[in-house]
Design a protein around this ligand. Structure first.
Ligand code: COA
Length: 151
């Protein structure tokens, strides 16, 4: 599968809707995040870039980067289609987000994210470290803040 994967910003409204549908399946249906919390004002902000991971033309992963054009960029709403997990898609997605962030950020910069606690080992493998040991609940899910310094 790896060789067919492409990670790029979502271009059309249709692609963005596909990403929102994937997020709905993962966060609302699978993780019980309240629907009114899943979408927020950052989705429509001018400095947000929505990103997709495609297997050929199928959207199988999505994430967004916010705070573009600054020194602190936030990666969020990281979701991989359940059927495609454990095959390196999440890693490719985050690496793609970093590549896109590098093309727009003011350098050097830092990527920050609020990791769901269960996903911390995933982010550790990609070079993220805890900002502190504070574990907090967001939408009923334990989170920890993580970061990666970029050049
Ligand atoms: N615990 C421990 N290790 C994990 C892990 C987990 N939950 N998820 C992934 N990893 C490891 C993999 O084993 C792999 O290790 P390797 O490089 O040594 O082989 C590495 O992290 C990369 O994993 P990958 O296959 O790219 O991850 P994925 O495609 O399964 O995506 C998530 C990971 C978290 C994005 C995916 O499980 C997901 O969408 N979960 C539901 C939504 C969610 O929780 N999002 C995170 C919000 S913060």
């Amino acid at each position: 599968m790896e060789k067919h994967l492409t990670v790029r910003p979502l271009i059309s409204g249709e692609e963005l809707e596909a990403a929102f549908r994937l997020r709905y399946r993962v966060f609302v249906e699978e993780q019980n995040v309240p629907v009114e919390r899943e979408r927020d004002e950052d989705d429509g902000a001018a400095d947000t870039v929505h990103i997709g991971c495609f297997d050929k033309e199928n959207l199988i992963g999505t994430a967004r980067i916010t705070g573009c054009n600054t020194r602190i960029i936030h990666i969020g709403r990281v979701a991989v289609d359940k059927a495609y997990r454990g095959f390196g898609v999440g890693r490719r997605l985050i690496e793609g987000c970093e590549r896109i962030a590098t093309s727009v950020a003011v350098k050097p910069f830092t990527i920050v994210l609020g990791a769901q606690l269960h996903a911390e080992p995933f982010y550790l493998k990609i070079g993220y470290v805890r900002v502190n040991n504070h574990i907090y609940q967001d939408a009923g899910i334990d989170h920890v803040d993580m970061k990666k310094d970029m050049v």
